[in-house]
Design a protein around this ligand. Structure first.
Ligand SMILES: NC(=O)c1ccc[n+]([C@@H]2O[C@H](COP(=O)([O-])OP(=O)(O)OC[C@H]3O[C@@H](n4cnc5c(N)ncnc54)[C@H](OP(=O)(O)O)[C@@H]3O)[C@@H](O)[C@H]2O)c1
Length: 172
């Protein structure tokens, strides 16, 4: 049974998106996402899936599992579910080491209840946006690993520092 892990990148003020888009573009962070999720099933909401750039839709080399409540929505080349619990049951039966919940805000909020691990890139600055990462309560989650990195935000041209963080649900 695969471990189900949440993976996200959030600004200091918890922003993860603005409309359908991610407000930054950091090559190192994309490469991190690609390396961590490589070969693993990736679960995401339809808004996140539709916002992927054409060359990454579906995310290559990974089973793309898309959630939508819209009965008329029929994307090609993805595994589609209309119910989060059904998607989780399907993923748990897969022959994989890990499966990833890849957003967006709605699916992260649902996912936070079921995962024991969060791979979170935390940017060291605020961004403007209207989609937020759910609160990671310190009484529930412990920070197990942190590693500092940096890169250029291609949308602003600014050098930005960030931290790759691994959070684990505390037992009991
Ligand atoms: N920074 C990051 O790491 C990161 C990662 C991913 C996404 N994002 C950002 O997050 C934002 C999108 O987040 P979002 O919350 O608007 O959309 P989303 O989570 O991508 O998708 C939400 C959709 O999932 C469907 N859904 C909701 N509950 C469901 C359930 N229980 N079962 C089945 N389907 C269900 C609904 O589809 P219907 O449309 O059918 O109602 C809903 O519209 C964008 O700005 C995106 O760029 C950021």
């Amino acid at each position: 049974m695969p471990e189900i892990v949440m993976i996200a990148c959030a600004a200091k003020n918890d922003v993860i998106g603005n409309g359908p888009d991610i407000p930054w573009s950091i090559k190192e962070e994309f490469q991190h996402f690609a390396a961590v999720t490589k070969g693993s099933p990736c679960i995401m909401g339809d808004i996140t899936y539709e916002s992927l750039p054409p060359q990454s839709k579906p995310l290559p080399g990974r089973e793309n599992i898309v959630l939508s409540l819209d009965p008329g929505y029929q994307p090609e080349e993805v595994t589609l579910f209309r119910d989060f619990e059904e998607a989780m049951a399907y993923v748990r039966a897969l022959d994989a080491d890990r499966a990833f919940i890849c957003g967006g805000a709605t699916i992260y909020t649902l996912g936070l209840e079921v995962v024991d691990t969060i791979e979170l890139t935390r940017l060291d600055r605020d961004y403007e946006g209207d989609c937020f990462f759910p609160v990671v309560h310190p009484e529930v989650w412990g920070l197990e690993m942190r590693e500092t990195a940096s890169g250029v935000d291609r949308k602003t041209g600014e050098e930005i520092t960030f931290e790759y963080q691994t959070w684990r649900r505390k037992s009991g």
